[in-house]
Unconditional design. Structure first.
Length: 190
């Protein structure tokens, strides 16, 4: 089998024909990307996962919009649905929705009481409304997982059950979000 070497002229011709004509659009796309991403990168910090999730949300949202607008293949609509589900999960994880949901079933009042002879205060908690049983009944499958949770095994305080349930639901949302990304990411091309 004979190896074919291209002459310098052929290399220049092929480069001109297949590469150079794309330079203007590549430069334009690069500049538009810099402008589009600038606010996200400007607010980015390296010390908190919140910022990583913000970048992920932005990128997946951009890909979702493109898939929806172009609708180039039969799976486009399904891909957009999955991306939107991931975006909702990203929001829930980022805002720690599941960790704090049980507060909707609990109302407390805090009093700061001065400690005599010092400049310090203690905090006294008064429970005004406690509907945590309602929260527990709302998620029976999660409640079943509580008894095997490490915090539950270390204490007998029943008030911790909703908090543990919130932690379990938060972890489940993170795992589902990452599982959906892992399973579908290679399908998100246009």
């Amino acid at each position: 089998m004979e190896s074919t070497k291209l002459s310098l002229w052929n290399k220049i011709y092929l480069w001109w024909k297949y590469e150079v004509k794309y330079y203007p659009s590549r430069i334009k796309d690069g500049v538009l990307n810099l402008i589009k991403w600038f606010p996200i990168i400007w607010r980015d910090r390296d010390y908190d996962s919140h910022y990583l999730l913000e970048i992920m949300k932005f990128k997946i949202n951009q890909m979702s919009k493109l898939q929806e607008s172009l609708n180039l293949h039969s799976d486009s609509k399904r891909n957009v649905e999955i991306m939107n589900t991931i975006l909702r999960l990203l929001d829930k994880v980022q805002e720690e929705h599941y960790r704090h949901e049980y507060y909707d079933y609990l109302e407390t009042r805090y009093k700061f009481i001065h400690v005599d002879g010092t400049e310090y205060h203690t905090v006294e908690e008064e429970i005004i409304r406690d509907d945590s049983e309602e929260y527990i009944k709302k998620y029976p499958l999660t409640f079943n997982q509580v008894t095997s949770h490490k915090i539950y095994k270390e204490t007998d305080d029943r008030r911790l059950i909703p908090m543990i349930m919130g932690e379990i639901r938060h972890e489940k949302a993170k795992k589902l979000m990452l599982k959906l990304i892992n399973k579908n990411i290679e399908k998100w091309w246009t």
